[in-house]
Design a protein around this ligand. Sequence first.
Ligand code: 0L1
Ligand code: MG
Length: 262
Amino acid sequence: MTLEANVIQALAQRLDDAEMQCQDVLKITDEHPDMGWDDAYAIQDALRAIKLGRGTRIAGLKMGLTSHAKMKQMGVVEPVRGFLTDYGQVPDGGECDTSTLIHPKVEAEIAFVTKAPLKGPGCHIGDVLAATDFVLPALEVIDSRYRDFKFDLKSVVADNTSAARYVVGGRSRDTQGLDLKNLGVVMEKNGKVVATASGAAVLGHPAQSVAMLANMLGARGEEIPAGTLILTGGVTEAVAVEAGDNITVRYQDLGAISVRFV
Ligand code: 0L1
Ligand code: MG
């Protein structure tokens, strides 16, 4: 760690204020170019503690930057992880209020809900599938608190990986008989197809993302508890949205989910 505890706390407070006041800020590595990954996750932990302190509940976990192409582009060897909040949930078919966001973008994702704890190191796809209760179609609304979405990876980790809102719904399915790797996804914006993908876009198989999360947490002596909702990362690119847009994502074998931006 290179940052003092009071600096970590102040940076977390700055990011929470930016989110709560919908006011963008400059990426924090401009001020702290030598901060490390431990500092970045310590700021994310402090951000979580600030939210918990005012009564927010943690509703799940997320992985970000899980496509190999995006990781290569960003020069990282590992995806990033963050957390989901209770206030971030938008019902399937519901409205997402853009006045509470800075510059939202949507990503189609596949969500897992666990029925048994998962702990790394050594966690693999087989462990994940055995510990999965069901999978759900999901849509994440990301909203970087950094001006113009301009950040580096350490800044984005501190900013809870741009987590903002999410929708889960559609048809929940047991993973038995479901080909998650080849599961097709079509995203429509205002009735026009804007992105298509398959589950393999996430680390070759979306369960690999959950395994990686368990291994990342395992390195800290933590685990994924039973009953955890996990967003595994975008299968599609992130698509910018504004008030008036309707997003529908259709999933092979998992139904469809939609959200309207107001
Ligand atoms: O959920 C994600 O994949 C987002 C990770 C953070 C990077 C971004 O905001 O695009
Ligand atoms: Mg995402």
